[in-house]
Design a protein around this ligand. Structure first.
Ligand code: PLP
Length: 394
């Protein structure tokens, strides 16, 4: 007999994962080359070679007790220092190791910071479309996720509705740019307006509203587009970073939180985040990967491989008459569901062995997400199936 809360969570369990499993069954039935699985955001590009070399170097050259032992809950001090230095060099910031908490991926980081900040009933706002797991993460701490409706013109956040819906229960806001599922990068203008609203509203309600910037896709951007570093625009920003996508290491589970000195109640928040890391059961982020990644913080996956996929998929779908905006980052394309019903459209796509995720999973019905972190040849082979899908709606 399991907890009542878990019964609901299991029943509503991730549509994306369910689709991924369905894809594996279909591959066994029709042959892997005849199933076009765009369901899961699992990086298809190899980790940079420096990572493998760094793992080997750490194992060969560092003391086993250091590499495999317990450490401070916030991670190794030298690793945190190297990360702070690397962020400072890139973004002209002034962080130290005392601003960094190593986490078990972005997912671990988000759970740590939400545990740190939320009282039961506190509201956390986010902009649709958003990564659906935010619902679960906020629910873990008895918070209430307030979903701001999407702006489907350009998928920048709907700031007018946002401003109206802030209440004295608003504790935090989560933004994710480059965005999963749209691939949109929030512009500097958007960030400035968001910061101005948050400053004014924090004063009005008499407590800080923390801005949590969930940034696993920061490094995956195209056409030289800049992703603003949000701590520079709003003092009460906490950054959640991850190496899952930037170095193609999602199974290794490594990320970090940046908790700046300028944050209101910085000391309390930093200390509480360290304790949260421990008592959520993570204890600390995995040790070997911390040491290895810290040796190659400038390494990068080959983003051009995703860019080629993006160009082929976007241009082909547009030619076939699908409506979508060109992603600026991440590896997702958000396509308008023909016929208007995203679940029906996804089901129709499945009849052509195309696996795409309904936008309802991201708080944005009427669209579907395609994860193009697949082989280029998969996209090429999938195009006749997309063509048939378009014809179904003529
Ligand atoms: N946030 C967003 C927007 C994501 O898309 C993901 C994973 O897909 C995560 C967080 C979790 O990433 P991690 O593997 O770093 O926990």
């Amino acid at each position: 007999m399991i907890a009542d809360n878990m019964v609901k969570l299991v029943a509503g369990s991730s549509a994306i994962r369910a689709m991924f499993e369905e894809g594996q069954k279909m591959a066994a039935k029709y042959g892997a080359e005849n199933v076009y699985d765009f369901s899961l955001g699992n990086p298809s590009v190899e980790p940079p070679i420096e990572i493998k070399e760094a793992f080997i170097k750490v194992l060969n050259e560092e003391k086993p007790n250091l590499v495999h032992g317990y450490m401070n809950n916030q991670g190794y001090p030298d690793v945190r220092k190297r990360i702070a230095d690397s962020v400072n060099a890139k973004f002209d910031t002034k962080f130290t190791e005392n601003n960094i908490v190593m986490t078990v991926g972005a997912a671990g980081g988000l759970n740590v910071i939400l545990k740190t900040l939320l009282n039961p009933g506190d509201e956390v706002m986010t902009f649709a479309p958003f990564f659906g797991e935010y619902r679960n993460y906020v629910n873990n701490f008895n918070g209430v996720l307030v979903e701001i409706s999407p702006n489907t013109v350009d998928f920048q956040p709907n700031l007018a509705e946002f401003e109206e819906r802030i209440t004295d229960k608003t504790k935090a806001v989560i933004v994710n740019t480059p965005n999963n599922p749209t691939g949109v990068v929030y512009s500097e203008e958007t960030i400035k307006k968001l910061a101005a609203i948050l400053d004014a509203k924090s004063k009005e309600i008499g407590h800080p509203i923390y801005l949590i910037s969930d940034e696993p896709y920061r490094e995956l951007v195209y056409d030289g587009i800049e992703v603003p570093y949000i701590t520079k625009y709003y003092n009460n920003t906490i950054v959640g970073y991850s190496f899952s996508k930037s170095l193609s290491l999602p199974g290794e589970r490594l990320g970090y939180l940046v908790i700046p000195n300028e944050l209101d109640y910085y000391n309390d928040v930093y200390q509480a985040a360290c304790v949260a890391n421990r008592i959520l059961g993570f204890v600390n982020a995995p040790s070997l990967v911390q040491r290895a990644v810290s040796l190659c913080l400038d390494a990068k996956v080959d983003v051009e491989i995703y860019n080629r996929n993006r160009e082929l998929l976007y241009n082909s779908l547009k030619d076939m008459g699908f409506e979508c905006i060109k992603p600026q980052g991440a590896f997702y394309l958000f396509v308008k569901a023909k016929g208007g019903d995203d679940k029906a459209f996804s089901a129709q796509a499945k009849t052509h062995n195309l696996l795409i995720v309904p936008g309802s999973s991201f708080g944005c019905p009427g669209y579907c997400r395609l994860a193009y972190c697949v082989d280029y040849s998969t996209i090429e082979r999938s195009l006749p199936a997309f063509k048939k899908l378009a014809e179904d709606y003529k």
